[in-house]
Design a protein around this ligand. Structure first.
Ligand SMILES: O=CC(=O)O
Length: 319
């Protein structure tokens, strides 16, 4: 019997993942680091599984093009807002992602952005470059984590990992919002509050929620107006949770103090975007999981999802 065929959408998938897949299947590896949708659609027919190395949208169109042979969709990411999961499952396909293996890396980035935004790291660098270094006592003062109230929007795995990492900074109080109070929150000493109370009470608001209908544009003119004008917003979830125009306004008008962003809308952010002109916005280009080990772990997990799916076993992380 001929071997099953797996389409891999990038030629930069870490070797550990490729090696795993190669032992079992014939691979078609698209010849660019980030393939276009056209390349994917053209190559897909005749494959039993697709390994998504970046956020290709999997919808009816793609599934129709794939045809009946496709059995597994495996995304090398924790987020799956690019997948039409109900449609994939309706067609009887297995679909999996790679949570947990990137939790620590993303939480580390959240800590970095929290501190960088609070202590004006980007603005400080601009001052040096512009030859505006002053040494007066009231110059470039930031905000303390110590004694502060940190609000986590979405206390999932990543939100919990952020709380654990921020604790040694002697944070005064952790609060979180979401659907319901969680045992993990109790275990961490974090208090469940309404979203409105979180906005009102937090010195730091850290977004670690997935993107869905409920969370799209959750931060807008109205929500920024409810935050403290000393507050710092950090987003490591998904860009569209925050309305970008509203954020630009809030930062420019000092409705809030600063922001630290790993994700934003749009991505990639154009180099002339107004967000980049704001000294109180610390921005990195969606690097949450971008460490050598984490990307390798994501690749082996996504590969194992493919293997399990094609061998009729439960996926490691099944959606
Ligand atoms: O954003 C990164 C991921 O969802 O893995």
């Amino acid at each position: 019997m001929s071997r099953q065929r797996v389409l891999v959408t990038s030629n930069e998938v870490p070797q550990a993942g490729i090696d795993l897949l190669k032992t079992k299947f014939d691979l078609t590896i698209l010849p660019s680091p980030v393939s276009t949708r056209e390349q994917v659609l053209q190559a897909l027919p005749g494959h039993d599984a697709i390994y998504l190395a970046s956020h290709h949208v999997v919808n009816k169109e793609l599934l129709d093009v794939a045809g009946p042979r496709l059995k597994v969709v495996s995304t090398a990411s924790a987020g799956y807002d690019h997948l039409d999961v109900p449609e994939i499952k309706r067609r009887g396909l297995k679909v999996g992602n790679t949570p947990h293996v990137l939790t620590a890396a993303v939480a580390e980035v959240a800590v970095m952005l929290t501190l960088s935004a609070a202590r004006r790291a980007y603005e400080g660098r601009i001052k040096i470059i512009e030859n505006k270094w002053e040494s007066r006592p009231q110059w470039m003062l930031g905000r303390d984590l110590r004694g502060s109230t940190v609000g986590i929007v979405g206390l999932g795995n990543i939100g919990q990992a952020i709380v654990k990492r921020l604790k040694p900074f002697e944070v005064g109080r952790f609060i979180y919002s979401g659907h319901s109070r969680k045992q993990a929150g109790d275990d961490l000493g974090a208090t469940f509050v309404s979203f409105a109370d979180l906005l009102k009470e937090s010195d730091f608001v850290i977004v670690a929620t997935p993107l869905n209908n409920e969370t799209t544009n959750m931060f807008n003119d109205n929500t920024f107006a409810q935050m403290k004008n000393t507050a710092i917003l950090v987003n490591v979830g998904r860009g569209p949770v925050v309305n970008t125009d509203a954020l630009v306004k809030a930062l420019r008008n000092h409705t809030i103090f600063a922001a630290g962003l790993d994700v934003m809308n749009p991505e990639p952010l154009p180099s002339d975007h107004p967000l980049l002109s704001l000294p109180n916005a610390v921005i990195i280009p969606h690097l949450g999981s971008a460490t050598v080990k984490t990307r390798s772990d994501m690749a082996t997990t996504a590969a194992q999802n493919v293997i399990n799916g094609l061998e009729g076993k439960p996926l490691v992380y099944e959606l």
